[in-house]
Write a protein that binds this ligand. Structure first.
Ligand code: FES
Ligand SMILES: [Fe+2]
Length: 355
């Protein structure tokens, strides 16, 4: 019998449905600070395989295709000029809607009808710049519980922004790793789990208000005060965001939030925060050192999954009973992809479904 295990990198083919699905969602493309650091130049980013020039023009956030319609220079090597992004090559100016507003070599016009570049919705939230390609499913930027707590009670939490990191793995695989309870004992032996206690709990997974939710209690083990360790409530408000609230045994409340942004279907950039309501004036370094250790344990494994993209075809990988969360996550993704056949309303219907 031949084992049908395909290990070739099939980037962009097997995950076409997921790529179409993700067009309907908001994704972070950079931090607000990263954008400010290059001003007045736009920032070059990549989302779902498309190169974008992100800019803040006269207060407006703008996301344009990073290719001038004239001679294909990248707009990201141009600069912001008032309400426009100006191309560095011949100085054409483009407004936030992508329309060319000026051709310096032809001050009397006309500006051709075709003189425009694709433009996309852009918004700022949680210190990040978010872009959505397609608004037809009316999706929302995911909430951030720690930011909400701070908005309601300023100073009540310390929110530390992790350094975004790019891994050569598809965003759904990165997210799945975050909610994979069976790997804690194995990959994070002594950090988040114990190899001598490898059987994870099988949480009940609920869909509430369009989110996937479940609770988790870690095994008994001694951990540093800086560990995110305690009764945990996981929420996935959209398929590429995970929000985990922790109640530590010492009474502290902590929060870990991550969104994996699909650079392409085999590469993702993770944006994340770690927040706490204790040790408010303390040093962030030991808290972030714990996170660095967890990431260092995950990376060599997660970044060596082949293919790099997630493949939803039944039977492509083998799931077992203890993969309950991942099975449910994949079922959710599969339902959303299947719903694309009914158009954006189908996707909305799955997002709104409860069980
Ligand atoms: S290439 Fe952009 S103005 Fe010519
Ligand atoms: Fe992990």
């Amino acid at each position: 019998m031949t084992l049908a295990l395909h290990v070739e990198d099939t980037t962009g083919t097997r995950s076409r449905g997921l790529a179409d699905l993700f067009e309907l969602f908001w994704h972070p493309v950079c931090t607000v600070d990263e954008l400010a650091a290059v001003a007045p130049r736009p920032l070059a980013v990549r989302l779902l395989g498309r190169d974008l020039a992100i800019a803040r023009t006269d207060g407006d956030l703008v996301a344009l295709a990073d290719r001038c319609v004239h001679r294909s220079a990248r707009l990201s090597v141009g600069w912001v000029d008032g309400a426009a992004v100006r191309c560095a090559y011949h100085g054409w100016a483009f407004g936030g809607d992508g329309r060319c507003t000026e051709i310096p070599s032809m001050p009397d016009g006309p500006i051709p009808e075709r003189a425009c570049v694709p433009s996309y919705e852009a918004a700022e939230r949680h210190g990040l710049v978010w872009v959505r390609f397609d608004d037809s499913a009316d999706t929302s930027i995911p909430a951030h519980p720690a930011h909400e707590r701070v908005a309601a009670s300023p100073g009540s939490m310390r929110i530390v922004v992790g350094e975004p990191y790019t891994w050569p793995v598809g965003a759904p695989r990165r997210v799945e790793n975050f909610v994979d309870l069976a790997h804690f004992a194995w990959v994070h032996d002594g950090t988040l789990g114990r190899r001598d206690d490898p059987v994870p709990p099988l949480p009940t997974i609920a869909r509430v208000d369009g989110e996937l939710r479940f609770a988790y209690d870690p095994p008994d083990m001694d951990v540093e005060d800086t560990a995110l360790f305690g009764h945990s409530e996981y929420r996935m408000p959209v398929p590429l965001t995970v929000s985990i609230e922790f109640w530590l045994s010492n009474g502290a409340y902590r929060h870990l939030w991550m969104t994996a942004s699909p650079v392409d279907m085999a590469t993702c950039r993770t944006f994340w925060t770690v927040s706490r309501d204790d040790d408010l004036d303390g040093d962030d370094a030991p808290h972030m050192a714990f996170q660095a250790q967890v990431l260092a344990e995950d990376e060599p494994v997660v970044c060596n999954q082949v293919p790099r993209e997630m493949v939803l075809e039944p039977g492509f990988e083998l799931s077992v009973r203890t993969d309950r969360v991942s099975i449910e996550y994949r079922r959710w993704l599969s339902q959303l992809v299947a719903a694309l056949a009914d158009g954006p309303q189908g996707v909305r219907r799955v997002l709104n479904s409860c069980r």
